[in-house]
Every structure is written in structure tokens, then in C-alpha cells.
Design a protein around this ligand. Sequence first.
Ligand code: F6P
Length: 552
Amino acid sequence: MATSTLICETPQWKDLHGHVEDIKKTHLRDLMQDSDRCKSMITEFDGIILDYSRQRVLPATVEKLFKLAEVACLKQKIDRMYNGEKINCTENRSVLHIALRAARDKVIESDGKNVVPDVWHVLDKIKEFSERIRSGSWVGATGKALTDVVAVGIGGSFLGPLFVHTALQTDPEAAECAKGRQLRFLANVDPIDVARSIAGLNPETTLVVVVSKTFTTAETMLNARTLREWISGALGSQAVSKHMVAVSTNLALVEKFGIDPANAFAFWDWVGGRYSVCSAVGVLPLSLQYGFSVVHKFLNGAASIDDHFHSTPFEKNIPVLLGLLSVWNVSFLGYPARAILPYSQALEKFAPHIQQVSMESNGKGVSIDGVPLPFETGEIDFGEPGTNGQHSFYQLIHQGRVIPCDFIGVMRSQQPIYLKGEVVSNHDELMSNFFAQPDALAYGKVAEQLLNEKVPDHLIPHKTFPGNRPSLSLLLPSLNAYNVGQLLAIYEHRIAVEGFVWGINSFDQWGVELGKSLASQVRKQLHLSRTKAEPVEGFNFSTTTLLTRYLE
Ligand code: F6P
């Protein structure tokens, strides 16, 4: 396909649009009767099972999606990513988060240079530093060991590490390694978040890790200054060098801030913020909490999926299948949202993380060549762990709008409970719902069943479920550091697949800039009004009115 051709102009896209009419004549209730079809839609890799038989697809649909992938040059685009080509063309950058978890002996190049030794240089430095902190050989200004860590960062410098930390803190192996330690996060510039993040902490035993790719993000820098004040107010300004370290690509600004460059952990512009959890952004705070060897397992899980994604034929390639199914749901069936529903409380921060990875990556209005797109890209991602979500928004998914669902289950609980006299364990109870919900959505419930159940006539419309609502199920063997890494990489690559097919740049984020620059005008005005009593000027009527009231 010529680069200037939009994917929607290809015969393969049009063919899929025509095929929607065939799908409209089907119902999942009937499709699920065909065990050959279902069998062809279950695939497994490295202990993870994907079942997409409850998607509104026929085998022919999947074939057509592979043809779409071919005309979109999906394989070539994946190769270009792995080869370090500058596929993030609006920022002239490679996209190499795969290098962050590559084995030491791999060769992955950007600008003709193997980046893997640089990655391992930082990983080795993190290992050494985290061991010094954890063993107590690095002490704070008053000679006490640093048992608590506050990681200050926002967006990609926060959500990924928070997701992984939340997933690991109840894993027995990881929890054992974290005994006596605390890891907290400070993201929002809201003073409430500042207060919460340091509540009960003693500066003498606290290490602050400032995490910012650019080291210019307004919220992070203000929060970093606030915590610098907290440390130096309690322990004197010389304590900062013992109690504050940084993760950034901008080491000059780290030094200017007053953090010793020796205590800075680098990463590189070929790591997108939302893809940075496997860099020092996540690896440093997580290693401080759990030890490097646990975090290394997490990196290995992601690396296993990286190899799978790169080398497996599309028919069995989990991220590719997931990405193509998302394109089908969004662009052809017209479902704009996706619910991410992990049946594991340990994954409660997974949906918020994927929300950023997906929506910041694929919420674009132009093609990679800058041509306005006549179709929508991206999904509205949201989610909550089951079964909590069932008692919240599932009503809408069952009888209101159609929202394709990702059900994510885990075979073995991190924290099993077997109560004497109970029919099932807690985990079995949880998983009963994981297995039941996809069928409830797919099959629904028809009037005839309700009549047989002697439901009164006037309630039949209310108790009818239309069914035919798509979902897919991902079943993980357990939820240790390795599996968490696998899950992360599956979604990262799935999102890339969607962007590659839509023909957009999934690796820039210009859409967040306008709000930032308008906020800086407001910030200036607030400063002038507060310090020099200057009136509010240069804003529209609405903003002027609200700002004036706020200042009063
Ligand atoms: O929200 C925009 C964004 O640039 C994200 O892409 C990024 O993860 C976040 O801000 C934080 O940026 P930084 O790590 O540079 O502070």
C-alpha cells in the first residue's frame, strides 16, 4: 500500500465493511454451537490462553482481518519497530521499549548503535543501588536506613509502575522480598495527594525518586520541589543528596534541580512515556521495593511476549489477534469502547494504565502522513476488577450499550482462602463469575426462557437479555512478576497493532500539549493577581468570571 493511501480506501477494508452485513445475520448464541469454529479461536502461548470465540466473528472474518493486516503492511511495520527505525516520525524517534527487557546478549539498534549494553548499564546500576538501599548500607542524613520510597511522577511516569506494584504486593514471593518496606506514589499536583503520599512517613527514613522523562512536567516538578522542601526542612538542605534520586532522559535538568547526577538513572528518547515502565521509570522504584531479581522476572515475562509477537504467525499471535479484533470492533462493528475486566483485585490498576497506553497512543485524527482520517481511531478504555464491576456498570453492558469486554482471569490465586464448610474457595467463587459473564453476554436470555420460568408478562421485557455481546477471555496461569510482564507486553503490542493497521502514529501525543500551554497562561494570571492584585485579563467571559470568583 502506498504510504499516502488511507487504509479505508483499500479493497480489503471495503470488503470487511461489506462483510458486516453477514455478521449482522448471526447471533453468538448460534455461533457458540459450532465447536470447530470455537476451537479455531482458542490459542495458547507460554501458559496464557486466549479465547476469542465470543467475538462477533466467523473464521472468514478472521481471514479478512489477516488480509487487512497484509495490505496495512503490519508485518513490515512490526519489523521496522524491532529494527529501531524511526517510526515515531513526528518526533523523529525509534520506538524500542522492547530493548528495555531484552537479554544482555541481544542486539537492538537505534541510529546504528546497539542500545542493549546501555540498557544493561542502567539495570546493573539499579541493581547495585537498590541492594545498597535495601541492605541499609546506604543510609539517610541521620544514619538511618531508608525503608520508604515515594516515587513522584505522572502519566507514564506513574501509571505503569503503580499497576505493577499493585499486582506484585500480594504475590507471596514479591511480598516476602518487600517486608518492612513501603512504596508510595505522588502523581497529582493536588495538595491532597501530597498530604496522602507522605502521611505517616518520616523524612529520615524516606527516599524520594523523582521520575520524569522530560524533567519539565509542571505537576511533577512542583511536587518534587515540595518534597525537597519536606526533606530539607526536616533534615537540612545537605540531606537532599542522600534522600532524593531521579529517573529521566534529561540529566542536565536533574543536576540543575539539585540531584547528584551520580544518583540519576537514565533512559532514552526511544522510550515513550507510556511505554516506560520497563525502564528505570518502573524498574528503580520496584527494585527498591521488591529487589532486582523479582523485577528481572517481570522484564523476562515481557521479553517472552516480545519474541512471540515478533516471530509467531498471525494466526497464533496473541497481540496481533487482539489488535485485529479491536480494529474490527471499532471500525467495522462501530463499538467505540472497550471494558478491561480483570478477575483479580491485584490487577485493579491495570485498566487505568492501559487507558493511558491505549488512549494516548491511538486517539488520533490524522494518518501518519498527516492526512485527516475519515474514520475514528482508538477506543474508550475503562475497567474495574470483577466482581466489583458486576455490581457497578455491568447492567449497561448486559442490557444497555454494546461494549466489547476483555475478561482476564488467573488460574491460581496469589492469596488462596479455603474456608471449612464452604462449597467453593474464594478464588473459585471469583472465577465462577469470570466463566459465567462471557456466556451471559453472548447468549442473553429470551422471552421463551422467562415464560418457562413463569415470569409475569409485564416483567418479561425487563428481564430479557438481547445477548450477542462480544467478549474475549485471557486466562493466565498465575499472577507472579513474570505473568505481570507478559500481560503488560500483550497489551502494549496489541495497541501498536491497532495503530499500525489504522495507519496512524501511535507513539506521539501532541493532543496533550494545548491544555498544558493554556494552563501556563492561567498560572501566570494567578501569580500576577495574587502578588500584584492585577485584574483578570485576556480570557473569554466564562473563564474570566470563574477565575475572578476563584481569586476572590
Ligand atoms: O500526559 C502527557 C505526558 O507527556 C505523557 O506522555 C507522559 O507519560 C507524562 O506526560 C509525563 O511526562 P514526564 O515523564 O516527562 O514527566
